[in-house]
Structure formats: C-alpha cells, structure tokens
Design a protein around this ligand. Structure first.
Ligand SMILES: [Zn+2]
Length: 357
C-alpha cells in the first residue's frame, strides 16, 4: 500500500517533543539553552545523513540473517553519523558500556513482547534486525562534546543520546522510551499513520501505549497499580517534573519547570490543539487517546497488555494512513464487541466518551 513518495517524506520521530526542546532553547540557564540548540540542529543533521536510506522502501531495511531476534548495537562515538561502529551483535557477551547493554536488553524486551503476546516477528513481522546507535552527539567548534538530549526512530534504526546531565539522562535507560521508538517502526509496517494532525497523534499514541505496555509487562504491573508516565527514567529528578508525558493525567507531567515549562497536553477533545506546531500537535493531542486507553485499562482491570493491549494491537493493524480519533474510537469499540463481547465494548465506548469522542 506504500508508495516511495510517502517513504521519502517519513520524518524523524523523536521522544522529546519540539515544544520541550523549544522551551529549553529559551531557558535562562545557558547550559540548558546551548544543549537544546544542539538538539534542534541534530534533528536536521541526522535527517540529512539518513536521507538516502529513507528513500529505500522499508522492506529493504536490514533483513535479519536468521529470521529470529537479531539485535545490532552500534557506538556512534559521540558523533552524529549513523550507525557508527558495531559493538555488540546478537548473542555477544555483555559490553563494559552500560548504554550498549541497555539498548541491547531493552530492544530484546520489546522484541519478546511483540513475539510472545502477538506472535509478531520483529518490527516488520519478517524478522528484521533491531539496530541501535548509542552515544549519538557531536563535538562542537571548540572541541567540546555535546550529547544529544533525545532518542529517535529514523525509519530504519534507533538513535540514542546521552542527555545533557542537567535535564535529561541517558535515553537508553528507559525501557518505555526504547519500546516507544521501536513501536514507531511497527507502525511504519502496519497502519503507517501519516505523521501529522490527528493521524500523527494516533501514531504517537500507539508508540506511548506499547511503550508503556512493554514496561508494565516486563515488571508484571497490573493496570490498577501501574505507572503511566512516559520517560520518567530519562529525566534528572526535580520536584517540577515527573516524566515527558502522563498518559493517565495528560498535561501534568511537568509544571513550572525551569527547563521544560508546563506540560501542554490536552486530556479532552474540547481542548484539542489545532495549530501548526509539533506537526499539527502529534505529541500534544496524543494525550486525548492516551487518557482513553488508561480509562479502558482501569475499567477492565488486570494486566493492561492483555485485553486492552490486544484490542489496540488489532486496531493498529486495521487503521488506514489518515485515520482520525473518531475512526480509532469506532474501530476499538467494534473490535471489542466482535471479539470480546458487549461488556468490553461498553467499557471502551465509555472511555472514549469521557475524552469527548
Ligand atoms: Zn514518538
């Protein structure tokens, strides 16, 4: 269903949204400001490096030689050229580098989650290799290493920065962040939702849903006791910040934070963002379906990866590239009713209604 034209226009999908980076760029702290500027420059630089690779259809991206779980971790060695030097392949012994081991372990957990729960063989369901580059950054004009304060999926691989140490820490540290980025990969091989407006917010929503579900599954957390914070483990702790996003209470992940500002995510359709920033609010409006998912999980109880995760996975396979929130609400209710009965359909409909859909 995919045309090369769409593939060439695939954007770099970052975990830290542009509204946070832009707020940091206006910080009074020169250290925060400088690192934010590097981060902004980075997205553009890496996009250029990957421009050729992104012209290839996804089917051509790094087939796995075995058709089984195949992880390849590269060290970008503080530069912005991807992938860098291969430092750990599948089955290789542990590295002395913690970021290498985290990228390896967390991409493995994500692979296992999709295989064990949904019978999916890697991102493309054809065993493609999971490629990660760690220590992505650059050395500036004065010879100082500037780490990237972000993690992204670029259409072919994962890239992780080490964080500035003031606001962000190592991005490989958070399983939900790794699983979020890899889910963008799964997205590109399934509904491939256009990364703009409501379809883009649904793309972000699925990345958050499966990002958090991989973590909950790995930790054995039930919906009632689980944390719904995205990116808590990549933030330097401060009492003004708890995560990058809060799926249960969108708009409350950070408040009056000197570097991050205040979380702008809406939690209800009446507050939907309709401006041009953030590709039409892809990281902003994802708060609306995120809250609906948490409400479904809490209403159904038990582990959220079981029934709610199953409904959402089936929906991800069935949506089209330009689906809207209303399409998603209708489809999940339909799947719930058809496959899991009237009571489940009722819970799904009630949750969407609470967010205005
Ligand atoms: Zn994302």
């Amino acid at each position: 269903m995919q045309t090369p034209r769409h593939v060439t226009h695939r954007p770099v999908q970052c975990i830290v949204p542009p509204y946070i980076v832009e707020h940091m760029a206006r910080s009074e702290d020169p250290r925060v400001r400088e690192r934010a500027m590097v981060s902004l420059a980075h997205a553009a630089a890496v996009r250029a490096v990957r421009a050729f690779a992104q012209q290839m259809p996804p089917m051509m991206a790094a087939p796995s030689p075995t058709g089984k779980k195949t992880r390849l971790v590269y060290d970008a060695r503080r530069k912005d050229r991807l992938p860098g030097r291969l430092v750990r392949g599948e089955g290789d012994p542990k590295s002395a580098d913690v970021a290498v081991n985290e990228a390896y372990d967390h991409s493995g957990d994500t692979y296992d989650f999709y295989r064990d729960l949904f019978g999916r063989n890697s991102l493309d369901d054809a065993g493609m290799s999971l490629i990660s580059s760690v220590h992505v950054g650059e050395v500036d004009g004065s010879g100082t290493y500037q780490p990237m304060s972000n993690a992204f999926w670029d259409g072919a691989q994962m890239a992780y920065g080490d964080g500035d140490g003031a606001v962000f820490t190592r991005f490989t540290a958070a399983l939900d962040v790794v699983a979020h980025e890899l889910t963008h990969g799964v997205q590109s091989y399934t509904s491939n939702l256009v990364y703009r407006g409501q379809s883009g917010a649904l793309n972000e929503h699925f990345a958050d849903v499966f990002g958090i579900l991989v973590r909950q599954w790995r930790r054995g957390e039930s919906a009632a006791s689980a944390s719904w914070l995205i990116g808590a483990d990549v933030l330097v702790p401060a009492n003004t910040r708890r995560g990058i996003r809060d799926m249960e209470h969108p708009g409350t992940a950070f408040t009056d934070d000197p570097a991050l500002g205040t979380d702008p995510q809406p939690a209800h359709l009446r507050d939907v963002y309709q401006g041009p920033a953030d590709s039409g609010g892809v990281h902003l409006n994802s708060g609306i379906p995120n809250r609906a998912f948490v409400l479904v999980a809490q209403a159904l109880g038990g582990p959220a990866w079981e029934l709610p995760g199953r409904i959402w996975y089936d929906a991800m396979l069935q949506l089209s590239r330009t689906s809207t929130f209303a399409d998603m609400a209708a489809l999940t209710a339909q799947i719930a009713g058809d496959r899991h009965g009237a009571a489940v359909r009722k819970a799904v409909r009630a949750a969407w209604k609470k967010v205005g859909l």
